[in-house]
Design a protein around this ligand. Structure first.
Ligand code: PEP
Ligand code: MN
Length: 265
């Protein structure tokens, strides 16, 4: 599957990194430049945020999309952002290179059908309360409408364990790789819920067969307006990528080569 000029699901891992939520132009520039330099082929950032509490920061909405558009036009970096409602779809699809469907919307079959009509790849996150098989059924809603560019994402499920925010289901990554031709990404950030656990879970996800990663990175994690505890600094993200490199090689995969300026080598 081609996203921009990146073949996703092949030898090279597809790395998406960036803040949980878009907060400012400066934030996108600082995070975008540094994650790109470390090898991220795409920048992530939510303008429309699904938050547990209605009193938590809900995202910059249209203003966030405008910031993302400006970042994309200025840098040419691919951008990934979430669509929460079919009413937002045209506006989001006009900016996003990849449409993210969040865990809380995996069961929203009307939204799935709507993105099935969009001419954009879709990153479909597994609900924390869904089986891997239900994730495949959700993907089918998109595929059935003619959009074949679906990337699946394991981001942790609810279990009785509380040592991590969610329980990363590496078994599901391995199983999905056997069940479908669709690329499977791992999101260790939401599973971990704590920055110190993100790297080991990223390694586990790639070892289980993931075709790429979704990682939350903030230039100043303690000030992040959402998911601050799990955000990596740009430096920590760069060392995660370096830790992954020998593992990827052992698995017959590779990470993108990078230049100091942040372009591709
Ligand atoms: C996110 O990617 O920031 C997010 C809200 O993830 P999830 O839908 O997996 O909770
Ligand atoms: Mn988040």
């Amino acid at each position: 599957m081609l996203i921009g000029d990146h073949a996703v699901g092949g030898e090279e891992l597809f790395v998406i990194a960036g803040p949980c939520a878009i907060e400012s132009a400066e934030q996108l520039t600082r995070v975008g430049q540094t994650v790109r330099a470390a090898g991220a082929q795409a920048l992530r950032g939510g303008a429309f945020k699904p938050r547990t509490s209605p009193y938590a920061f809900q995202g910059l909405a249209g203003e966030g999309l405008a910031l993302l558009r400006e970042y994309k036009q200025r840098t040419g970096h691919l951008v990934v952002t979430e669509v929460m409602d079919a009413a937002q779809l045209d506006a989001v699809a006009d900016v996003a290179d990849v449409l993210q469907i969040g865990a809380r919307n995996m069961h929203n079959s009307y939204l799935l059908a709507a993105v099935g009509e969009a001419r954009r790849p879709v990153l479909l996150k597994r609900s924390f309360g869904a089986t891997a098989s239900e994730l495949l059924h959700a993907a089918e809603y998109i595929l059935a409408r003619g959009n074949e560019a679906v990337l699946l994402c394991e981001r942790g499920i609810r279990s009785y364990e509380t040592c991590t925010r969610f329980t990363l289901d590496v078994g599901a990554i391995a199983w999905l790789k056997q069940q479908t031709h669709l690329p499977v990404l791992v999101d260790p950030s939401h599973a971990a819920g704590a920055s110190a656990l993100v790297t080991p879970l990223a390694l586990a996800g790639v070892a289980a067969g993931a075709d790429g990663l979704l990682i939350e990175v903030h230039h100043d994690p303690s000030r992040a307006l959402s998911d601050a505890d799990q955000a990596l600094t740009p430096e920590a993200f760069a060392s995660l990528i370096e830790r992954l490199r020998p593992l990827a090689a052992a698995l017959g995969r590779r990470l993108p080569a990078v230049t100091a300026r942040g372009g591709r080598a």
